[in-house]
Design a protein around this ligand. Structure first.
Ligand code: DC
Length: 227
């Protein structure tokens, strides 16, 4: 067992609810929650800010190297990402940054840099780490691996619901096309594509409520962590 508990690797496509579910689980079992997508987003944000080309691997690596990365505990169980001490939150969830993060995530040097930071963040356990390749690449030895899935249509409907609840405009077909495009980009890239680890538990949430998903994962956690 690691110092602070087990590693829960939570992988799956964009918009499947990994963050919401992961944070709820982390709160319930008193673990920290780390979103690895946020790390890719932070680099993408910095690249956009500085006019760095999103396909220039050397320039992106120098850029990443030129800032200090810290992961202070934010509100609740989630670790924030801060560059040079600036905590990034709202900046990271724009569509422009989403697209840019998916682009920088295809570069092997960028992935290898992220891997080092992510392994460091989770090595002591007591962590729910969410991403695309946590169970296959970052923590192949994670004590619990979940691959959370849902149809693209279900994910698009949920997203429309969330936006409308915030009083925002939402076009279902546009969102569905965006989700499918990102699925394609994330699962067909050559290095560490979005893929279920052989030993991960596959959980299709298309017809499950969020409570049901959380409940199932907590049961699996109790078995894996022995508590
Ligand atoms: O989960 P997210 O939408 O915040 O992730 C943003 C992008 O980062 C996503 O398009 C793919 C990439 N990503 C990745 O390649 N590997 C991870 N472990 C997490 C995210």
């Amino acid at each position: 067992m690691r110092k602070n508990g087990i590693v829960i690797a939570l992988d799956g496509p964009a918009g499947v609810g990994k963050s919401t579910v992961g944070k709820r689980i982390a709160s319930e079992v008193n673990y920290k929650f780390v979103s690895t997508g946020k790390m890719y987003r932070a680099l993408a944000w910095k690249a956009l800010q500085t006019g760095t080309a999103l396909n220039d691997e050397q320039a992106l690596l120098s850029l990443a190297d030129s800032v200090s990365w810290t992961f202070p505990r934010g509100e609740g169980p989630e670790a924030d990402v801060a560059l040079d001490g600036k905590v990034l939150r709202g900046e990271l969830i724009t569509e422009e940054v989403s697209r840019a993060s998916s682009a920088v995530a295809v570069l092997p040097g960028v992935r290898s840099l992220m891997k080092t930071m992510q392994q460091k963040a989770g090595a002591d356990g007591g962590v729910v780490m969410e991403g695309r390749d946590i169970g296959t690449n970052i923590f192949p030895d994670a004590e619990l691996k979940i691959f959370l899935d849902a149809s693209a249509e279900a994910r698009a409907s949920r997203r429309v619901g969330q936006l409308k609840a915030q009083g925002l405009e939402a076009d279902y077909n546009e969102i569905l096309a965006f989700i499918k495009k990102r699925d394609y980009q994330d699962s067909t890239r050559k290095i560490n594509p979005l893929k279920k680890a052989d030993d991960a538990v596959y959980l299709d949430s298309t017809n499950l409520s969020q409570d049901q998903v959380v409940e199932r994962i907590i049961l699996l956690f109790r078995k894996a962590a022995g508590r």
